[in-house]
Design a binder for this molecule. Sequence first.
Ligand code: RTP
Ligand code: MG
Length: 161
Amino acid sequence: KSRLAQQKERTLGIIKPDAMSKVGQIIDAIFQCGFKVTQLKMCRLTRNEAFQFYQEHQGKTFFECPDVSNLINFMTSGPVVAFELMGVDAITKWREVIGPTDSAEARKTAPMSLRARFGKDNTQNACHGSDSVASAAREIEFFFPSVGTVRQNTAKFTDCT
Ligand code: RTP
Ligand code: MG
């Protein structure tokens, strides 16, 4: 084992409502990329929950625009699968695996990415990934609150080495 122990990181990923029929292929890609899945659940967000989850985007046009690119309408349109991934440099690596925000751009610049393969456009883009250590901490706590995990009967790894 290397003396320079590489720092493991956690990140929060979501399979968005538009890609729920591709859950099998996406989970398969997650394991092939070497991530460990340390928590996972399927759920359907309420409007309040989606609003809270994406609070950093309040005020942006796509957040509450009246057309089909409305982020809240999209994220509450059906169930999602949310998961915590663990691995070396997991935040950056997972965002590389999912690709650029716009699925059409992803098909040009990152054709193997999940958004290129399974996304539709700039809004319906198949997957989410936390963008920083602080976002990852907030988003993991959002989907997998550390209080009450016994009553929720969730299986939780504390160490995945
Ligand atoms: P995410 O947060 O979902 O991982 O995606 P991201 O960082 O690549 O993109 P972000 O700027 O954080 O935007 C969050 C989500 O909002 C939707 N969006 N729609 N119509 C638009 O112009 C637009 N821009 C963003 C997408 O679903 C995006 O993933
Ligand atoms: Mg983002």
